[in-house]
Structures are given as structure tokens and as C-alpha cells.
Design a protein around this ligand. Structure first.
Ligand code: C5P
Length: 413
């Protein structure tokens, strides 16, 4: 496969420093980056730094004869698979919405027939100004894709509101979704849908004070529930015991054991999509003591007889009536990840499996996968396997739920 190239247009805003991180992250994924800087952008980051990170020269001048002979705005556009504008300032958005082409950045944007993704970044008052609102609506109608802006603290002290540029990993996730042909839909595409999510470990009692558990933090499932809610779904999160705060806007049902989890899941069907991210204990103690097991002298350790727990994912996936349209499982694997997960998809009868490479230790995935904040997954569907880059768990969640939204829109799934 030939290397895909992102043409990054850096606008002149304080968020330009984040475009350096975006270049690093993008190149880590094996994508090539070429950069065009506006004149204002070089007030915030130097072409030298940008060039060092992209590994190629930086373009900025529309009228440089050398450049036009060697590589002009048409060729820059032709040789890219996707154009990303980050930061997209209010001024750049206005120029793009009105078809200006008075510098290299705007000339490239006007000349291109490639998908364009913009990451707006500006002061909240500028973002809320009717002119910017008009321009954003025009750009959306022209088929320009947006990522962000987010809400929070601004670079100017004491300023807060909407206008923060999306984080580099978020921009990358949106860019990769476009490169992979998945539409990046803004707004609330899951409105009117019910999404059910399981998460966390289960606790299987040995007696009233002891239990069998595992190290699942519940972070990925909670992130999925939060992403589904952000995208407009009604969300039921059936959670084993975790230390996490309830995600906002989510109906949470807290359970302890696998059997309680199965009953809670069944009680909350029907759902349009069900995502099983819980690390359910495979076994429980056959007859958990009603009283605390006593340590008696001379009798040694008690033998714990285990019995198998119900497989919640397989039970729901194989329901005759009331099966969610999309049933999605997880598979934590340490070797032959795709092969094992593909077999698991068939065995369980689910539609998709998110195969989790848990062998990735600290270094490649900060903090490790189990309990950490990042994840390296492959999406296994009937059509095959798709490799996703190492992403924050929140990014995996967002990308997965957008994919769910797109699939639920298709007839007959
Ligand atoms: O079989 P394994 O535990 O590897 O399968 C993992 C997938 O199955 C996960 O999606 C997990 O939530 C689900 N599962 C389940 N009930 C079980 C065991 C696993 O829902 N008892």
C-alpha cells in the first residue's frame, strides 16, 4: 500500500503549537505529512520546527517561482489524500467560505478536490459571532468536515467557552476516519437510539466478605457509554464494581456478579446496539458460603469448586427475539490477535469484535492497556479486520460509536 499523505495547513493562532504534536502523532501512524503555513502561523511556530517534524520542506509562498516550478498549489493538493486545517482561524474559515485565494493556504483549499477537515480554534466570542456561524454553516454545506472546537479554558487567562482547538489525537482520529472512508459526522447521529453497554469487572463471592475479581478498570466501557451519550443516544451502562464516576447523561445500573449483570442486561433490552466491554469472570464459586469461611486449625485451606458463569455476550448475540441490531464484543488477546478475535466473533455470534492487544506494555501504550488510558485495537467485522492506531480510550469510544451510528443508518443491518 502506498503511504498516505496529509497536507496540513497551519493557520495563525495560538493553537498552532498543537499542530506540532499533531504532526508527530500522524507520522507515528505511518502517514506522511506535508505542511503549508500561513504568514501569521509563522508568528506562532517556526517553519524550522514544522519542517523538522514533517521531515520535508514547509511551503508558505504562493508566488515563489521556484515553488511554482517545483511544486505549486495544484500539485500540493493533488499529492495529498486529505487536507487538514489546524488551527483553522476565524479568518481562514471566512476566506475558505468565500473562495478567497490570496495566499498559498487558501489557493490550495480552493484548488483541491480532496476531503478537507478543519479544526477551528479561536476566542469563544469570535466562534459565537454571527459571521463565523454563517461561515461554518457555509463550509459544512460545502462538504467541509469539522473536528471540534471544544469547550474549556482558553489560552488567554480567565477565558472559557467554546473555541478550543480539538486535541491532536482527536484531529488524527477524525482524519483517519476520513482516510478510511468513514464519514465523520458532527452533531448527534445517535439521537433516538438506545445503546446498552457493559463495563468493569464482576465480583464473584466466595463468602460474605471475600470474592474473586479481576483487574478491569472499566475505563473503556465508561468511555463508550459517555461517547454514545455525547452522540445523542439514550444509554444504559450496566457496570460491575469500579472506582469510576458515573458518566454524565447515562443511566447506570450497578451490579456485582455475572448473573446479576446478565439479568440487568436482559431487563434493559431492547436496544439498537449493545456493546459488551465488561471483563466478566468466567467462573464463580459453586456454593458461596453464607457465613465467613473460618480458618480452623488442622483442616488446611478450603477447596473452592468453581462453575461456569453465563456468557452474557453470546446469550444476547444468539437471542431469537429482541436481538439488538448491532451486538459488539471485546476480545483481549496477547498473540495472534486478529486470528483469535475473528474466531471469537463467529463462536459468540456477535456482529463486531474489538480486538484488544493487551500485550502492549508501557512505552508503546502509555500506562499499559489494562487500567491505562490508551488502547490499541482492531475492528473485526464480517468484512475482515481493520487496524486502528493507538488511541486514547475516549478516542476509541468516539470512533466506535460514530461507526455504530453510520451502520445503524444503513438499511437491513
Ligand atoms: O470469551 P471472552 O471472555 O474472551 O470474551 C470476551 C467478550 O465476551 C467481551 O466482550 C466480554 O464482555 C464478553 N463476555 C460476556 N460474558 C462472559 C464472558 C465474556 O459478556 N461470561
Amino acid at each position: 500500500m502506498t503511504q498516505r499523505t496529509i497536507l496540513l495547513i497551519i493557520g495563525g493562532g495560538i493553537a498552532a503549537y498543537k499542530s506540532l504534536e499533531f504532526i508527530r502523532r500522524t507520522r507515528e501512524r505511518g502517514l506522511a505529512v506535508r505542511a503549508v503555513m500561513t504568514r501569521a502561523a509563522s508568528q506562532f511556530v517556526t517553519p524550522l520546527a514544522v519542517g523538522a517534524l514533517t521531515g520535508s520542506r514547509v511551503f508558505s509562498d504562493l508566488f515563489s517561482l521556484d515553488d511554482e516550478q517545483e511544486i505549486g498549489h495544484i500539485r500540493l493538493s493533488r499529492e495529498a489524500d486529505l487536507i487538514v486545517v489546524a488551527p483553522a482561524t476565524a479568518d481562514l474559515m471566512a476566506k475558505l467560505a468565500n473562495g478567497h485565494a490570496d495566499d498559498l493556504a487558501t489557493a490550495v483549499l480552493l484548488a483541491t478536490d480532496k476531503p478537507v477537515l478543519i479544526a477551528p480554534a479561536m476566542n469563544p466570542r469570535m466562534w459565537a459571532h454571527p459571521a463565523t456561524c454563517r461561515n461554518a454553516a457555509t463550509l459544512a454545506a460545502d462538504g467541509i468536515h469539522f473536528v471540534g472546537p471544544g469547550t474549556g479554558e482558553m489560552a488567554e487567562r480567565g477565558e472559557a467557552g467554546t473555541g478550543r482547538m480539538a486535541e491532536p489525537l482527536q484531529i488524527l482520529a477524525a482524519a483517519e476516519a476520513l482516510l478510511h472512508g468513514v464519514p465523520h459526522i458532527d452533531g448527534q447521529p445517535l439521537q433516538g437510539r438506545h445503546v446498552l453497554v457493559t463495563s468493569g469487572p464482576t465480583h464473584e463471592p466466595i463468602d460474605p466478605v471475600r470474592y474473586i475479581a479481576n483487574r478491569s478498570s472499566g475505563k473503556q466501557g465508561y468511555a463508550i457509554a459517555a461517547a454514545a451519550a455525547r452522540l445523542g443516544a439514550r444509554v444504559t451502562l450496566v457496570s460491575g464494581p469500579t472506582a469510576l464516576a458515573d458518566p454524565p447523561g447515562v443511566n447506570i445500573v450497578r451490579v456485582e456478579t455475572a448473573r446479576e449483570m446478565l439479568s440487568a442486561v436482559e431487563a434493559n433490552l431492547p436496544a439498537d446496539a449493545a456493546i459488551f466491554a465488561a471483563a466478566v469472570a468466567d467462573w464463580r464459586v459453586a456454593s458461596a458460603g453464607r457465613h465467613k469461611l473460618k480458618k480452623a486449625a488442622g483442616t488446611g485451606a478450603p477447596a473452592l469448586a468453581l462453575v461456569e458463569n453465563p456468557d452474557i455476550l453470546a446469550t444476547v448475540a444468539q437471542r431469537q427475539a429482541g436481538r439488538p441490531r448491532l451486538v459488539i464484543g471485546f476480545a483481549a488477546e496477547t498473540e495472534k490477535v486478529v486470528e483469535h478475535a475473528t474466531a471469537k466473533r463467529q463462536r459468540k455470534g456477535c456482529d463486531w469484535i474489538i480486538a484488544n492487544d493487551v500485550s502492549l506494555a508501557q512505552g508503546s501504550v502509555a500506562g499499559g492497556v489494562m487500567g491505562g488510558d490508551a488502547n490499541c485495537v482492531h475492528l473485526i467485522t464480517a468484512a475482515g479486520a481493520e487496524d486502528w492506531p493507538v488511541l486514547a480510550k475516549s478516542e476509541v469510544a468516539d470512533r466506535l460509536m460514530r461507526r455504530v451510528a453510520v451502520t445503524l443508518r444503513e438499511p437491513g443491518t
